[in-house]
Design a protein around this ligand. Structure first.
Ligand code: NAP
Length: 286
């Protein structure tokens, strides 16, 4: 795929904005669409064009990425009155990087294929910082040929893009990853609360964790957020609650999972807009 491939990008939230910027910075012509138009202003100023609808975006682009919240959002963007499937021209590559259910991917892959397009599910691991620096981990389901076509673009977004199998396998891998993320967020919160209960300093405990086999980028970033009392969403708690529901719908029913699903559903009404590590505040209140 040459540097002249025109990219369409849908979804300019916390993740979509830095990811689309990376493709723009790499020299690709990028057209963007976001439901709330004000979020496209910064991208236009950086050199992107702004499409009036998903259909217009598909007509203008060869490859279209989506990075939006959930199943409902992607379904509307594909099948709405001015949705992607109303766009002109066959053989587009549609890459859905949102975390959604395998079922919605299978449904949209079939609709895309009926119009001559190729659909990949390609959710990511990593958050805003990894999106900014092109260090995401990308897990891909769909046809091998589509994956090969997407690979040069994935190289600008992630440090690893792995093809896992047919449509939906990227989504299933992502749900497994976020199940572990839920365990780790709740685990860190519970360890910090236990330390606090016994007047141990949180920063001392975090230093010990960082220098032990338990240290990880996730624990480091979320530990720093707790120390700074900064719960602004890098990955919103409501999004993790959604992912855990999706995993449960796919049969996740093991003991830790039961607990974590329940904790995040209970935390969501009050703390959904805050970061996942705000689960600490929920457990503290409980
Ligand atoms: P976000 O900041 O909340 O942005 C959500 C985006 O989805 C916005 O562009 C929003 O448009 C759009 N959207 C929502 N509902 C829509 C609808 N019905 N129709 C059209 N557009 C709609 O979310 P994010 O953090 O970027 O996350 C995006 C996806 O990546 C999610 O699936 C999330 O689970 C996944 N993810 C996030 C992270 C992370 O750390 N943040 C990490 C890995 C994966 P408006 O601007 O109009 O609201």
């Amino acid at each position: 795929m040459s540097a002249v491939t025109t990219i369409g990008w849908i979804g300019l939230g916390n993740m979509g904005t830095p990811m689309s910027r990376r493709l723009l910075s790499a020299g690709y012509p990028v057209a963007v669409y976001n439901r709330s138009p004000e979020k496209a202003v910064a991208l236009r100023e950086a050199g992107a064009t702004v499409a009036a609808s998903p259909a217009a975006l598909l007509t203008a682009a060869e490859v279209v990425f989506l990075m939006v919240s959930d199943d409902q959002a992607v379904r509307e963007l594909f099948t709405g009155p001015e949705g992607l499937l109303q766009g002109a021209g066959p053989k587009k590559l549609l890459i859905n990087m949102s975390t959604v259910s395998p079922g919605v991917s299978r449904e949209l892959a079939a609709l895309s294929q009926a119009q001559g397009h190729t659909y990949l599910d390609a959710p990511v691991s990593g958050s805003v910082r990894q999106a900014e620096s092109g260090q995401l981990v990308i897990m891909v389901g769909g046809e091998e040929a589509g994956f090969a076509r997407a690979q040069p673009l994935f190289e600008h977004l992630g440090k690893l893009a792995q093809h896992l199998g047919p449509t939906g396998h990227g989504n299933l891998a992502k749900l497994a990853m976020n199940t572990l993320l839920g365990f780790q967020a709740q685990g860190l919160a519970e360890a910090l609360l236990f330390a606090r209960q016994h007047q141990l300093q949180a920063d001392d405990l975090l230093t010990l964790i960082a220098n032990s086999a338990l240290g990880s980028t996730f624990i480091k970033l979320k530990g720093e957020a707790v120390l700074a009392d900064n719960y602004q969403a890098a990955f919103a708690l409501k999004l993790l609650a959604k992912d855990l529901r999706l995993a449960q719908a796919e049969g996740l029913a093991t003991p830790l999972a039961e607990t974590v699903v329940q904790t995040f559903q209970q935390a969501e009404p009050a703390l959904g807009e805050e970061d996942v590590i705000a689960v600490l505040k929920h457990l503290e209140r409980a």
